[in-house]
Structure formats: structure tokens, C-alpha cells
Design a protein around this ligand. Structure first.
Ligand SMILES: NC(=O)c1ccc[n+]([C@@H]2O[C@H](COP(=O)([O-])OP(=O)(O)OC[C@H]3O[C@@H](n4cnc5c(N)ncnc54)[C@H](OP(=O)(O)O)[C@@H]3O)[C@@H](O)[C@H]2O)c1
Length: 299
């Protein structure tokens, strides 16, 4: 019999991709979100109101697994005080609410919850980071740490995936990196030596399904490909795939700080994150090199 996955934030970049992949692997899919807009016909959708601490409990009926992806986009809007609060609370409060409703649930077998490699801090240099590395001490690291602490309160067996920079032509970082390159104005950012721990969206969604189906796996896993690149190497690889020249000097850090303010840390810093733990479980990456990943993507 096909299993049912409830996805929170299913309407987002990862949720939509996971939905398509899971439907074609014969899962039934339900979404839990703030609206029912844009729900595909094959998906049953349900509402929650995080501020009012309300979930339509019908969403949990006949559900085997939950994938929790909700959270206000980290790089979508400037980091005003209000937006920072939303980035934090959309994660901590939604997770706390889910934990509260799942407390007495005896039928759901597993929860996979999104986390982020931002946990490690904005700039951890050359150190290869496994899941035991400590939390960093900046805005995103603090958000992720508090978010994970709420996830740890879920009483059903739960996995946290510390997601890296997800590559897809449909949104997120890649289209933003491609845009200047398309106009022959591409350049590495800052020193260009900061690491980008990327993952192809398809491999990430395959990790979600893989860990759900592997009963014994719980705990924290990095969701990154095995070979992180420096920003310079990634910029070059993208330009090569797009058959565009790269001749401009790196964009200076101060310019990015002037334009992006505190958010510039996201592109000027970086982490070299290890995929070793997920590889040790037997997970096989389809896109283990950037060349394979970019070849598959429509840029
Ligand atoms: N994409 C990446 O590169 C990446 C990297 C690291 C970590 N992650 C994490 O993975 C998760 C999913 O990423 P994504 O790229 O799919 O994100 P996304 O496209 O921004 O979608 C997230 C979903 O969360 C819900 N949401 C948005 N604002 C919210 C708010 N204020 N309160 C409650 N829910 C809200 C929305 O669903 P509804 O409107 O249906 O409620 C939205 O579709 C996020 O938690 C993100 O931090 C992503």
C-alpha cells in the first residue's frame, strides 16, 4: 500500500520538488500551509495558523511520515528587525506547534525536519564540518540553533537535515548567480575563496525519501554534496556551463556590504561541510560533482 507524506511548506521550492518526486514514486501527498493556494490537484491541502496555534488535525489522518519545511525565506527580503523576527519565529513557532500536535500521535512513523548549514556560522573557512561541529554565533546560526532545539522536542523519531545551498534553475541561489554571468558581467564575490556547500535539489529530495524509509536513521545529517567548491570555482563552473566569459575582477566585499548590509555575510562567508555521514548510511549521490549537477540543470 502506498504511504502518505504530510509536507509543511509544501508550496515552497523544496516542497514542490519533493511533492513531484514523491508522487511519481507512488506516495500520497498532503500539504500543511498558511493557504491552500497553488495546491496541485493530486495533493490534499490543510491549513494551519501558527500565531493562533491551530492545526487542522484532519491533516494527520492516515499519515505515515511528516516532512517539515516551513520557514520564511532567509534571503527573500532585507533583514529589518521585523523580518528577522519572522525568519526566526516562522521556524521556531511552527516547529513547536507541530511538536505539540504530534505529542499523542501513535501512527506517524517518522519526521524529517529541515535545518540549514547556517547552523555552523557564516564563515568557518577551510575546516571540514561534520555534524558534531558546534553552532556558530551570528544571526542565522542562532536562528538555526533555536530551530533545531524546537525540533528536538518532537517525540516521534525525527531527523534533522542541515541543508546546504540547493541548486535548481527554479529558484534559490542558482538563478541569482547565473544572472550577471548571462550578461557577461559575472565575477566571484569577495575573496572568492569562501566555500559553497551545494547540493542538487534532486539529491536532496532523494535524501528526504531515503531517510524516511530507513527505519534506523535518526539524528542530524548534513544535506550537502560530497565536494564543496569555493565561490570562485563555482562561478567558473557556471560560466563554463553557460558558455560565457569571466573576465571581471572579484566584486569587492565592501560593495556587497553596502548593497546587502548584514545579509552580505551569506555570500561573503562560507562553510566546507562534510557529506560523509549520509554517505556512510549507503546513500548514493547522483550529482556528486558540480559538472554533473550543472549539466542536468537548465541554465
Ligand atoms: N532552498 C535552500 O537552498 C535551503 C537551504 C538551506 C535550508 N533550507 C530550508 O529548507 C526549508 C524549505 O526551503 P525552501 O527553499 O523550499 O523555502 P521556500 O521556497 O521559501 O518555502 C518555504 C515555505 O514555508 C512557508 N512559509 C513562508 N513564510 C512563512 C512564514 N512566515 N510562516 C510560516 N510558514 C512560512 C511557505 O509555505 P505556505 O505558504 O504553504 O505556508 C513557503 O512555501 C526552509 O526552512 C529553508 O530554511 C533551504
Amino acid at each position: 500500500m502506498s504511504k502518505t507524506i504530510l509536507i509543511t511548506g509544501g508550496s515552497g521550492l523544496l516542497g514542490q520538488h519533493l511533492t513531484k518526486m514523491a508522487l511519481s514514486a507512488n506516495y500520497k501527498i498532503k500539504w500543511l500551509g498558511r493557504t491552500k493556494q497553488n495546491t496541485p490537484p493530486e495533493v490534499e491541502s490543510f491549513l494551519w495558523n501558527i500565531e493562533k496555534e491551530y492545526i487542522d488535525e484532519k491533516c494527520f489522518e492516515n499519515v505515515d511520515y511528516v516532512v517539515h519545511l516551513s520557514g520564511a525565506g532567509v534571503a527573500d527580503k532585507p533583514w529589518t528587525i521585523q523580518r528577522k523576527k519572522e525568519i526566526l519565529e516562522s521556524r521556531t513557532k511552527s516547529t513547536a506547534l507541530l511538536a505539540k500536535y504530534l505529542k499523542n500521535n501513535t501512527s506517524i512513523q517518522k519526521v524529517v525536519a529541515a535545518s540549514a548549514i547556517g547552523f555552523y556560522g557564516l564563515d568557518t573557512g577551510e575546516n571540514s564540518l561534520n555534524e558534531n561541529a558546534p553552532a556558530g554565533n551570528d544571526f542565522l546560526a542562532n536562528v538555526t540553533d533555536l530551530w533545531e532545539k524546537e525540533t528536538d522536542k518532537i517525540t516521534i523519531p525525527t531527523l534533522k537535515i542541515r541543508i546546504g545551498v540547493v541548486l535548481t534553475e527554479k529558484g534559490g541561489a542558482l538563478p541569482k548567480l547565473c544572472e550577471p554571468i548571462k550578461w557577461c558581467a559575472g565575477a566571484a564575490l569577495g575573496t572568492g575563496q569562501q566555500y559553497v556547500s551545494w547540493i542538487h535539489i534532486e539529491d536532496l529530495c532523494r535524501i528526504f525519501l531515503f531517510v524516511l524509509e530507513n527505519k534506523n536513521l535518526v539524528g542530524t545529517f548534513n544535506g550537502v554534496a560530497p565536494l564543496p567548491l569555493t565561490n570562485q570555482e563555482l562561478t567558473k563552473a557556471i560560466a563554463k556551463k553557460m558558455k560565457k566569459p569571466l573576465f571581471l575582477p572579484n566584486v569587492p566585499s565592501f560593495v556587497l556590504k553596502m548593497i546587502l548590509g548584514e545579509m552580505a555575510g551569506i555570500v561573503l562567508g562560507g562553510n566546507k561541510v562534510s557529506a560523509e555521514k549520509i554517505i556512510q548510511t549507503g546513500f548514493h549521490f547522483e550529482y556528486d560533482t558540480i559538472e554533473k549537477a550543472l549539466l542536468n540543470l537548465n541554465i
